[in-house]
Design a protein around this ligand. Structure first.
Ligand SMILES: Nc1ncnc2c1ncn2[C@@H]1O[C@H](COP(=O)(O)OP(=O)(O)OP(=O)(O)O)[C@@H](O)[C@H]1O
Length: 259
């Protein structure tokens, strides 16, 4: 079913750290919307506020002011039950360093969030098989993280994030710890999940290659959004990548390494 309207609304978000004489305005009035089914990228220099933004949306930290609405509902006004449902099944978080539990197998890591939130185990088994097949991790489900490659760990983490069928996947530098080949493989999978099942993704990335899989990119600097790029219909990824590089070059340095 195609949902209409905005999925996520970020309204004039501010996050200040520290006190008067030592104040960091990590977010200084960020506003944007995400439509259902979008694959939105956030790029910006180190310290520009990207992780702070994701963490405000994930309710890991509280904004100083401003609001985040999911399906029109203010997430700051959620009571503890709504908040637990939001964290457990409305959002999925994919971290740069995977955050898998070392003493659990791949399968146990993937099913853990469902166990915590008391979801239907039979349904979960079917979903696990489907996701494992798609993410090419069926063979390693009984392995422990220490026995997996970086790419395999991140695909297990992706399965853990997707098994509860979140409205939105929040991905913070998901390719940051991967080699080029594993990064591309992961991005192909995320693109497929976005296109085939319409899963909405919000991804922070320094990597223009990874960002070129997005349908739209917001560029953030000093806590504000200063530019937006939209991938045109039928635009080849290589062409979108070149346009991303041009924006990065305008930021200074002329190289992707500036971010
Ligand atoms: N807990 C904190 N206390 C004080 N300042 C913080 C805290 N967390 C982040 N900051 C500051 O807020 C600003 C934004 O940080 P944030 O981590 O959001 O940036 P980022 O764009 O994700 O950076 P990077 O790409 O290096 O991960 C930085 O100046 C950072 O030093």
């Amino acid at each position: 079913m195609v949902r209409q309207g905005k999925l996520l609304e970020v309204q004039d978000l501010q996050k200040h750290y520290g006190k008067k004489n030592n104040l960091t305005k990590a977010l200084n009035g960020v506003r944007f919307d995400i439509l259902p089914g979008e694959f939105l990228g956030i790029m910006g220099p180190s310290g520009s506020g990207k992780t702070t933004l994701l963490n405000c949306i994930a309710t890991i930290i509280k904004p100083t002011s401003g609001r985040v609405l999911l399906n029109g509902k203010n997430i700051s006004a959620f009571d503890s039950r709504d908040l637990s449902e939001y964290r457990g099944s409305r959002i999925g978080y994919l971290f740069q360093d995977f955050e898998l539990l070392d003493n659990l197998t791949g399968q146990e890591n993937i099913l853990l969030p469902l166990a915590i939130h008391g979801m239907d185990y039979t349904k979960a088994r079917g979903k696990l098989e489907e996701l494992a097949g798609y993410l090419e991790i069926t063979e390693i489900l009984n392995k422990f993280p220490a026995q997996m490659s970086g790419g395999q760990k991140q695909r297990v983490a992706a399965a853990r994030c997707l098994i509860s069928e979140p409205d939105i996947v929040l991905a913070d530098e998901p390719t940051g710890a991967l080699d080029t080949r594993s990064a591309k493989a992961l991005m192909n999978k995320l693109e497929g999940i976005n296109k085939d099942s319409g899963r909405t993704i919000l991804m922070v990335s320094h990597d223009p290659n990874a960002a070129s899989f997005c349908s739209r990119i917001l560029f953030i600097q000093d806590g504000v959004i200063f530019h937006e790029l939209r991938r045109k219909q039928e635009e080849r990824r290589e062409r979108f990548y070149e346009r991303i590089l041009k924006v990065l070059a305008q930021l200074g340095g002329g190289s992707a390494n500036v971010l």
